[in-house]
Design a binder for this molecule. Sequence first.
Ligand code: A3P
Length: 404
Amino acid sequence: DLERDEQIYSSYEKLTSQLPISHGWSPFSLQHYQSFWIPSRLVTACMAIQSHFNPRPSDIILVTSPKSGTTWLKALSFATLHRRSFSLSSHPLLTNTPHQCVPLLERFYSHRTIPNLNVLPSPTIFATHLPFSLLPQSALGCRIVYLCRDPKDAFVSLYHFLDRCIGSSAEHKSTTQGLDLSKVFQMFSRGTSAFAPFWDHVLGYWKESLKSPEMVLFFRYEEMMEDPASHLRRLAEFMGCPFSMEEERDTTRKQAHQQNPFVKSCLKPYTNPKNSIERIILKFHLKENRQPRVVGRVLGAFGLLITDSCGLLRVWSDGCGLPKAWSEFDGVVEDIVKLCSFDNLREVEVNKDNKGNFEERRPPPSSFFRKGKVGDWVNYLSMEMAEKLDAITKEKLHGSGLSF
Ligand code: A3P
């Protein structure tokens, strides 16, 4: 009902016009809404989410403070939840940005219409930067994954990101010289940045994760960088799709097979349904210098290659040398970690700034892949600045059990 939506958004705009505004990150402005600074262009969307977002209990919500690893968490969650639907060689993450695979909730509500999100498949993964206290009651029935990052690195990342956005936007280029690091540092320290104060954002979810660990999974960027695989396992369990024994299986054998040029050549044509299983088996036997034996689709004592229900290739022991079975699913944990790694995603064409692959007024895709390092703040912050942020962090998080 467009008219009703128009009325709703107009009433939000009225409210918005009365909120305190900050231009400290000019050309981007922020508004103070319910104890947090929200980018002005998203305030009405936040209000709409609070009143109209009604997720299903099966849905999953990813939450981050900006520049804390949202892109990475989106990719990992999407690849994990949908791992049985896509082969890694033709994965949606190779043709879509992680932000296209898991859009920001705020963007769904930024078009002056209340979207009907229940038409999306269940479960759907949503992502948001909303602080815990601003989430609608309805979202508290969903599983929430929170990812946080050392505020020094989050700040440096934010500074570069917004500076890039200014640099690449014709709209902003003419009006500004870029961001002044020391000025925006003061703003960040005072708690005036997008979805900030940073510490209140983290604490909201941290406390909830202690109270209801089954509903809020709390991750840290630095720990995830150290051991992505074990975080991925916890993520999968939390999302209700734990990795099976088969998926956990040691991958050495699979890798050895995949690297074998002949097996490689088998894998390729196999994705083409026109290639019959018999031909592949025949080819395999010829190559192995054995008597060709066409076993067909039925797996008998000599069965070698079959498809499983998902149409993926499996190689089974034929009793003549292949030690054991492997399948596309073996070692999927490592496969997903690799697919979603910084180095891999950054090189994917869609995540580069090729002409025409990004929307006007949106950050260029490559701005989400800068360095992907822990501790890069040392290259930009003076010791004094670092000590100042550390002192604020210590004071704000005191007694919470959380530290950076
Ligand atoms: P840096 O600017 O420090 O490099 P967000 O996704 O929340 O916007 O955060 C962006 C930060 O996460 C950037 O940090 C970016 O490089 C890093 N990042 C993006 N993809 C990543 C990945 N796959 N693995 C690790 N870090 C990643």
